[in-house]
Design a protein around this ligand. Structure first.
Ligand SMILES: Cc1ncc(COP(=O)(O)OP(=O)(O)O)c(N)n1
Ligand SMILES: Cc1ncsc1CCOP(=O)(O)O
Ligand SMILES: [Mg+2]
Length: 208
C-alpha cells in the first residue's frame, strides 16, 4: 500500500505534560505515520514513551517510526527515520527487514534521494520548506525540487519544515505524498484543535 497522508512528528518540549493526550488526539483525526522524535539521551524514558506510542498506534492502525534510533526500532518492531548523519541506511534495512518502513532525510538533494532509494529507503524526505521553529537550521528546499523528484523517484515523497494548514496546499499540488508536521499540528491550544488540524491536513491531501 502506498504511503500517503499526514506524518505527525512528536516534540518532547512542545508536548511536555500533554504527550499522550495530544498524540491520541492527532491519531483520532487520522495519521498515516507517527514519528517519535526525542533528541534526549534518557534511554529509559525513550523506551517507555516509544512503547506507549506503539500501543496507541496499534489501536489506531497507525505506523510508528522512531527517529534516529534503529536499535530501538528493531526492539519494538517498528520503522525508523534516518538523517544524513545517523549512519548508513543499508545495514538498517538489513536489520529491520524488507517490510519495515525506513525513511531518509535528503534535504534539497535529488542525488541524496536517489542514493537513499538505492539503499532501500521506503520514502524520502525533503525540507525544510518554510521557517521552522523546531529545526531552524535545517537546509531549505523549494517546490521545483518536488517536481524533479516526482519525475525521477518512485517512492513516496515527504515534505517537512514549517508546514501549516495555511501553506501546505502547494506542496500537495507539487506531488507530495506525506506532510510531516510538528508545530502545525501539535502547536494547538487543545486536544480538540489537534484533531481538527489532523482532519484538515487529511482534507488537503484528499484523504477520507
Ligand atoms: C520525516 C522527517 N524528515 C526529516 C527529518 C530530519 O532528520 P534529521 O536530518 O536526521 O534531523 P533530526 O530530526 O534527527 O534532528 C525527520 N526527523 N523526519
Ligand atoms: C525535523 C525537521 N527536519 C527538517 S525541519 C524539521 C522540523 C519540523 O518541525 P516543524 O513542523 O515544527 O517545522
Ligand atoms: Mg536524525
Amino acid at each position: 500500500m502506498k504511503l500517503r497522508g499526514l506524518y505527525a512528528v512528536t516534540d518532547s518540549q512542545l508536548l511536555a505534560g500533554k504527550f499522550l493526550a495530544y498524540v491520541e488526539a492527532a491519531l483520532e483525526g487520522g495519521v498515516t505515520l507517527l514519528q517519535y522524535r526525542d533528541k534526549s539521551s534518557d534511554e529509559a524514558r525513550r523506551l517507555r514513551e516509544a512503547e506507549a506510542l506503539r500501543n496507541l498506534c496499534e489501536r489506531y492502525k497507525t505506523q510508528l517510526i522512531i527517529n534516529d534510533d534503529a536499535e530501538l526500532a528493531a526492539r519494538l518492531g517498528v520503522g525508523v527515520h534516518l538523517g544524513q548523519t545517523d549512519g548508513p541506511l543499508a545495514p538498517v534495512r538489513a536489520l529491520l527487514g524488507h517490510k519495515a518502513i525506513v525513511g531518509s532525510t535528503c534535504h534539497a538533494s535529488l542525488e541524496l534521494a536517489e542514493q537513499a532509494v538505492n539503499e532501500g529507503a521506503s520514502y524520502v524526505a525533503f525540507g525544510r520548506f518554510f521557517n521552522s521553529s523546531t529545526k531552524p537550521g535545517a537546509p531549505s528546499a523549494n517546490l521545483e525540487l518536488l517536481e524533479q523528484a516526482r519525475i525521477k523517484l518512485h517512492v513516496p515523497i515527504c515534505a517537512i519544515g514549517g508546514i501549516t494548514l495555511e501553506n501546505a496546499a502547494p506542496l500537495v499540488a507539487h506531488g507530495v505524498d506525506l506532510l510531516a508536521v510538528v508545530h502545525g499540528l501539535f502547536g494547538a491550544d487543545s486536544t480538540a484543535d489537534v484533531t481538527r488540524r489532523a482532519r484538515a491536513f487529511n482534507d488537503l491531501l484528499h484523504i477520507k
